[in-house]
Design a protein. Structure first.
Length: 263
């Protein structure tokens, strides 16, 4: 199965487009269709959000998606089972789970990692776990050949090199302060953050997320890093279109991936 590293190494010009969706919104069946469609449209790596009642890093758009998925009674096991079906059906795009520490703790760290490996996931992103507490998860997931992706924010400053030094998979650069959501302008010094990351760990790729919604923004962020991550713009489209979201999302992903791959 392809790894996170493969997502970057095998993408055009080494630049990866990474969409995020909340699993189970609008239904788990449509989520499965969305993953296939986004992979066919050029997504290099896909983040799957596990529905959670308190997604602290998320803005209102993704919070609402979590609520819709929870109302559908979508569980962590439902997400794992969906990924297993995707793999059995030949979908090979690298997939990572984005969730919160409490979800992994309640499931059991070892059990969660084992299940990820069994179904063909590539790793996990835990936005509420600080670098100082990452080892508790990284040791277990690493023993199963899975990556725990590190996040770096504009406020990390002198901690950027420290966080990057032991990063695996890729480094998730948070472009802006605050929660997820579309932004008209991204003003953080992304190039400066990338330079610090690469000085500490030249092997690990880095991608920018939080606030990206247009092909122009995606291209600019990919020019300064190794990829662009888009969540809220896609999740909003899913919320507006419901079960008819697959085609418009695929069209949008195709445009965004083309912009990233053109760098």
């Amino acid at each position: 199965m392809k790894t996170i590293a493969d997502a970057f190494a095998l993408s055009p010009n080494g630049k990866a487009f990474i969409p995020f969706i909340t699993a189970g919104d609008p239904t788990i069946e449509v989520t499965e269709q969305l993953v296939r469609a986004m992979a066919e449209a050029g997504a290099d790596l896909i983040e799957l959000g596990v529905p959670f009642s308190d997604p602290t890093a998320e803005g209102p758009v993704i919070q609402d998606a979590n609520i819709r998925a929870l109302r559908n009674n979508v569980t962590t096991d439902d997400v794992f089972d969906m990924v297993e079906r995707l793999r059995e059906g030949g979908c090979a795009v690298p997939l990572v789970i984005m969730t919160y520490a409490n979800v992994v703790f309640s499931y059991g760290i070892e059990r969660f990692a084992e299940r990820e490996r069994e179904v063909g996931l590539a790793g996990v992103i835990l936005p509420d776990v600080p670098h100082e507490e990452k080892a508790e998860f990284a040791e277990v997931f690493g023993s199963h050949g899975l990556d725990v992706v590190s996040l770096i924010a504009p406020t990390s400053h002198e901690r950027i090199r420290q966080i990057a030094a032991d990063a695996s998979g890729f480094v998730y650069i948070v472009s802006s302060l605050g929660v997820t959501g579309v932004r008209s302008e991204i003003t953080s010094d992304i190039a400066g953050m990338v330079e610090l990351i690469r000085s500490a760990n030249p092997q690990v790729p880095c991608a920018v997320g939080f606030g990206i919604s247009t092909p122009e923004q995606a291209k600019r962020m990919a020019s300064a890093s190794d990829g662009a991550i888009v969540g809220s713009a896609i999740v909003r489209m899913i919320g507006e279109c419901g079960e008819g979201c697959v085609r418009p999302v695929a069209t949008y992903v195709r445009e965004m991936a083309a912009a990233v791959h053109s760098v």
